[in-house]
Design a binder for this molecule. Structure first.
Ligand SMILES: Cc1cc2nc3c(=O)[nH]c(=O)nc-3n(C[C@H](O)[C@H](O)[C@H](O)COP(=O)(O)OP(=O)(O)OC[C@H]3O[C@@H](n4cnc5c(N)ncnc54)[C@H](O)[C@@H]3O)c2cc1C
Length: 237
């Protein structure tokens, strides 16, 4: 992941690509290649699509972001007022790395927008019998500079006297965790895509014919309704 060898993203080195996006591992996993033409259409302006579009744009590509209902709309997973952001992930190092990277990116974005979207509250994990979910996470979290405090029930009880810890075996507190203002943040990312030279189009996209794991063409609802759906690649926007 941290190799600086040329990667599946063509002229981008893997390090530069991963360094520029919390969502990059997701993109790489699904085999996104830098296309021959440098125009990329990203369908969906949720948390993943919005950041993917912005990252590709900042990497020098021409980007069109398309969403049927708007960034962070109420039908989308990224809609609604808030989403928890945390870093304890059952020892899954990649998730802790992505969460740590996401903190950095959100903080940078906040400075850019002059608006807070990430609210740090901390998260308290209370493990009743098996505490391995938290315990396994300690090493990968520390490896990326995230702190986590382990507490016995009596230590936790002294710190949080308003709560009962009699049936708790171990408590873990991650101070960096908090919540994001989900809908607002998605819209700010979409606005940034447009401000930095990308295009946003509100349209419904219908996948075209597939070949294996690749979709060979796509068309917007407008193109479909105007009879342009002919199975060839269409330029959106
Ligand atoms: C109730 C709930 C609570 C959650 N809580 C948390 C949490 O606290 N913390 C956390 O980390 N994660 C949480 N998640 C998971 C997290 O919200 C999702 O993983 C994340 O929002 C997914 O983002 P996405 O961009 O992949 O998808 P979406 O946000 O769903 O974005 C997909 C976008 O694509 C658009 N679209 C779809 N089809 C088309 C089409 N044919 N043409 C054009 N546009 C199209 C949609 O309009 C939508 O905007 C929660 C999820 C849910 C549902």
């Amino acid at each position: 992941m941290e190799s600086d060898q040329p990667s599946a993203t063509g002229n981008l080195t893997r390090r530069k690509f991963v360094a520029s996006a919390a969502v990059a591992p997701f993109v790489l996993r699904f085999g996104l290649r830098r296309p021959a033409a440098d125009h990329v259409v990203v369908v969906g302006a949720g948390a993943f699509g919005g950041w993917t579009a912005l990252t590709l744009l900042r990497a020098g590509m021409r980007v069109t972001l398309v969403d049927a209902w708007g960034a962070g709309n109420s039908r989308a997973s990224s809609g609604g007022e808030t989403r928890v952001i945390r870093t304890v992930y059952n020892g899954n190092a990649l998730y802790s790395q992505m969460a740590a990277r996401a903190f950095t990116l959100w903080r940078e974005a906040e400075q850019h927008w002059k608006r807070q979207v990430l609210f740090r509250t901390g998260a308290l994990w209370m493990c009743e019998t098996d505490d391995s979910y938290g315990r396994r996470s300690i090493q990968p979290m520390k490896a990326v500079g995230l702190s986590v405090e382990e507490m016995t029930p009596s230590e936790a009880g002294r710190r949080y006297p308003q709560m009962g810890f009699h049936d708790v075996r171990t408590a873990f507190f991650e101070p960096e965790a908090g919540y994001l203002t989900a809908r607002v943040a998605c819209e700010l990312v979409r606005e940034t895509v447009v401000r930095e030279g990308g295009t946003y189009q509100q349209a419904s996209v219908r996948p075209g014919a597939g070949a294996g794991r690749r979709v060979r063409s796509s068309a917007t609802a407008r193109e479909i309704s105007s009879g342009r759906e002919d199975g060839r690649d269409h330029r959106i926007g």
